[in-house]
Design a protein around this ligand. Structure first.
Ligand code: NDP
Length: 259
C-alpha cells in the first residue's frame, strides 16, 4: 500500500500535476457536462469524451488541463487511443466515469430493434469497453475508481422502458460482478442510479406516444425532477472518499418521484 502511494507520488511529480487524470464519457450534455465542471473547478486534469465535441468545447471550463476527444464509446479502439493520449500527458487514469448513455423509450410490441441495439451497444458494451481499457493498469498499480452511470431503471421496471431497463439492469449486474473481481486489488467499482432528471436524454426518443406518457408521468408528480448538478455532486462524493472506502451504489431521485 505504502509502496503504491510512493509510486503514485513519483508519477504525479513527473507529470508536474498535483491531481490525477479523470476521464468522463458523455461529457457534451446533461450529467456528464456537470461532472466535468465539478472536477475542472477542483483542479483535476480531465479527458472529456463524446461525439459532439463542439458542445464540450463550449462548456464553461478552464481548458488549461482539459483534453477533448471525439469518441463513440461503442468503438473501443478510438476510446482506447483517446485515453492513451491523455495518459501520456497526465499519467494513469485514476477515475473513469462511464456516463455516456441513451434512452429510447418504446414498447417491445412495435419498437424498432435498431433502437434496442443502440441502447445495448452504448449503455452496456460502452461501459464494458471503458472498464476493459482502464482496469488493467488500476489492478496493476492497486488503485483507481470506475463509476458507472446506471439508473433507477437498473433496479426496477418502468412501462415503455423494456430495452432500456434491460441495459441498465445490465450495468448494475456487470458493475457488481467486476467490483467483486477487483476489490482485493484496491480498485473501486461504484455506480450511481439516478431517477428522472432534466437533460437531453428524452430528445432522442422517437416514439411520440411513449414520450407523451413519460411527460404525463412527470407532470403527475408536479413536474419536478432531479437537477444534473446533484448527480455530479454524488459522483464527486463517491470519488472523494478515501481509496479504502467504496460507496458501491447511490440511488438518487427527486423527493417527489413516486416510482
Ligand atoms: P444526455 O442525453 O444529456 O447525455 C448523454 C451523453 O451521452 C451525451 O453527452 C452524449 O454525447 C453521450 N453519448 C450517447 N451516446 C454515445 C456514444 N455512442 N458514444 C459517446 N457518447 C455518447 O443524457 P443524461 O445526461 O441524462 O445521461 C447520462 C447518463 O445518465 C446516461 O447513461 C443515462 O442513461 C443516465 N440516466 C439519465 C437519467 C435522466 O433522467 N436524465 C436518469 C437515470 C440515468 P454525444 O451525443 O455528444 O456523443
Amino acid at each position: 500500500m505504502l509502496y503504491n502511494q510512493y509510486i503514485k507520488k513519483i508519477l504525479l511529480r513527473r507529470n508536474k500535476m498535483s491531481k490525477p487524470l479523470i476521464v468522463i464519457t458523455g461529457a457534451s450534455s446533461g450529467f456528464g457536462a456537470e461532472i466535468a465542471k465539478l472536477f475542472n473547478a477542483d483542479g483535476f486534469p480531465i479527458l472529456l469524451l463524446g461525439r459532439r465535441t463542439d458542445k464540450i468545447k463550449a462548456l464553461p471550463l478552464d481548458f488549461t488541463n482539459v483534453l477533448v476527444e471525439s469518441v463513440d464509446v461503442t468503438d473501443k479502439k478510438s476510446f482506447e487511443i483517446a485515453i492513451s493520449k491523455a495518459e501520456e500527458k497526465y499519467g494513469k487514469t485514476d477515475l473513469l466515469v462511464n456516463n455516456a448513455g441513451v434512452m429510447l423509450l418504446g414498447n417491445v410490441l412495435n419498437q424498432d430493434p435498431a433502437e434496442w441495439k443502440q441502447m445495448m451497444d452504448t449503455n452496456v458494451l460502452g461501459v464494458l469497453n471503458g472498464m476493459q481499457i482502464v482496469l488493467p493498469q488500476m489492478v496493476e498499480r492497486q488503485g483507481g475508481t470506475v463509476i458507472n452511470m446506471s439508473s433507477l431503471a437498473g433496479k426496477k421496471t418502468f412501462t415503455n422502458h423494456a430495452a432500456y431497463v434491460a441495459s441498465k439492469f445490465g450495468v448494475h449486474g456487470l458493475s457488481e460482478t467486476v467490483r467483486e473481481e477487483v476489490s482485493a486489488k484496491n480498485v473501486r467499482i461504484s455506480l450511481v442510479a439516478p431517477g428522472a432528471a432534466e437533460t437531453e436524454l428524452l430528445t432522442h426518443v422517437t416514439d411520440k406516444s411513449a414520450l407523451n406518457d413519460y411527460n404525463l408521468w412527470k407532470e403527475s408528480m408536479g413536474g419536478t425532477t432531479l437537477a444534473s448538478e446533484r448527480v455530479a455532486q454524488t459522483v464527486k462524493f463517491i470519488y472523494d472518499m478515501p481509496q479504502s472506502v467504496n460507496i458501491r451504489e447511490i440511488d438518487i431521485a427527486a423527493t417527489n418521484q413516486n416510482a
